[in-house]
Design a protein around this ligand. Structure first.
Ligand SMILES: *Cc1c(COP(=O)(O)O)cnc(C)c1O
Length: 442
């Protein structure tokens, strides 16, 4: 099958066949797990050639591994990228991306509607390395992004579907701002997955994922991935990105000259090789296996999420539901443009009665699992104000729209009626506690 034939195949077909290789004499149908630290060299000269980069081939799993490469090729294909790099976790993917683009004295501009771990990484850990960061309160306020870009800004960072507020990103609008200033837009596409949205097709330059979530899908392993769109012209900005467009290797070439389309990815691979956040090939295998059912899971999970969000919004014990699939959401119009196949399956519900109501509701659930994770085949519940966002004070929580009654739900593959019965039981437990008359609504 040629590359062009392959490009015409549908998503559901490519999630099974992209990057599929059956090497070796035994022709295994599934991707083999190459659980090995290193790979033999035939002789003295081959060892040198592998290290000098004059011959393709594997040497050591921190540098590359066939199972990991199979996962990379499949994800790159599904995201419409030119290549991908698999890492040990989503945080490793975010950190490696930023480390590959910034030097001390540089600046990062990020949406404030991002994963809390990423926000803390940018704000605390990168600051310690001399990298400044500013956050944009409304991710779709193009003028605010535009005004905050500095001469030292090296990337714009946002999430396609932020949690818990579901303020869906207008990818094309923010990509346009980034490109006007000659910097790339990096999009964390974890909650959308390439089945619902491919940010590279809307102008983003780099996509990152926590593969621990929907890609692996079953709550078993951690993983992360960086996908390069291959379109950003690094060679035009040697002062901003000297590591890509000025510094020369042994062959006398810069990364941008050696491979214009994958210069960023090749450099990120070197950053990862040096810092070492590599995935186990066993985890790569489980991520590949998860991806084979991605479209089926995500379509069903999104449909169930919409059904549950619609039901929840009608319950008297519910103050509000933040789900871009609902017509009541201020982000419904952007979602309709970018997420026609479904709006994802992670959303927030705010229970009337504040933190005490959230506690009673959470503890009354029997089917939903109390857990900090999302994108699992099982439905999960978490109280952000006391867990993921525990380092925020009241003012910062309010600025993020995260009230004490707000719960994050990640909808799994259970029968929707069973999930509704569970939510109904939890709302009944809150009502029975009669908080509103004794404590007063908060
Ligand atoms: C979970 C998550 C991360 C971090 O990924 P890990 O695999 O847990 O390191 C980053 N971004 C988003 C949107 C996430 O949901």
């Amino acid at each position: 099958m040629t590359r062009d034939d392959h490009a015409r195949l549908a998503f559901a077909t490519r999630q099974l066949h992209a990057g599929d290789r059956t090497p070796g004499p035994h022709r295994p149908r599934a991707t083999p797990i190459y659980l090995t630290a290193g790979f033999e060299f035939d002789d003295f000269d081959q060892a040198h050639a592998r290290f000098a980069g004059t011959e393709e081939g594997f040497s050591y799993t921190r540098v590359g591994n066939p199972t990991n490469v199979a996962a990379e090729e499949r994800i790159a294909d599904l995201e419409s990228g030119v290549g991908a790099l698999l890492l040990g976790s989503g945080q490793a993917a975010v950190a490696t991306t930023v480390l590959a683009l910034v030097s001390a004295g540089d600046h990062v501009l990020a949406s404030s509607s991002i994963y809390e771990g990423t926000r803390e990484l940018l704000r605390d850990d990168l600051a310690r390395q001399g990298v400044a960061v500013d956050f944009i309160g409304d991710p779709n306020d193009a003028a605010a992004w535009d005004a905050a870009v500095r001469p030292t800004t090296r990337l714009l960072f946002a999430e396609s579907i932020p949690n818990p507020k579901n303020d869906v990103l207008d990818v094309a609008a923010i990509a346009a701002v980034a490109h006007r200033h000659g910097v790339p837009l990096v999009v964390d596409n974890t909650l959308a997955t390439p089945y619902l949205l491919r940010p590279l097709e809307h102008g983003a330059d780099i996509v990152v994922h926590s593969a621990s979530k929907f890609l692996a899908g079953h709550g078993t392993v951690l993983g992360g991935v960086i996908v390069d769109g291959g379109t950003f012209a690094w060679a035009d900005h040697p002062d901003a990105y000297p590591q890509l467009a000025r510094q020369r290797g042994l062959d006398g070439l810069t990364f941008a000259e050696r491979s214009p389309r994958t210069a960023f990815l090749d450099f990120a691979r070197r950053v990862a090789m040096r810092y070492g956040p590599v995935p186990s090939p066993l985890n790569a295998f489980l991520i590949i296996q998860g991806i084979e059912t991605l479209s089926l899971r995500v379509a069903r999970q999104s449909a169930t999420a919409l059904q549950l969000a619609t039901w929840l919004e009608r319950q008297p014990g519910v103050e509000s539901v933040d789900y871009s699939g609902l017509p009541s959401s201020p982000h419904h119009a952007v979602a309709a443009r970018y997420l026609p196949l479904g709006q994802g399956s992670v959303f927030a519900v705010t229970i009337r009665g504040g933190r005490e109501a959230a506690r009673i509701f959470t503890d009354a659930l029997r089917l939903f699992t109390r857990m900090t994770h999302l994108g699992d085949v099982r439905s999960l519940v978490l109280h952000p104000a006391t867990t993921t966002h525990v380092l925020r004070d009241e003012g910062q929580l309010a600025a993020g729209g995260i009230g004490q009654g707000l719960l994050r739900l990640s909808i799994g593959l259970e029968e929707p009626e069973d999930l509704i019965a569970d939510l109904d039981r939890a709302l009944a437990a809150v009502a029975a506690a009669d908080l509103l008359s004794t404590v007063g609504a908060s």
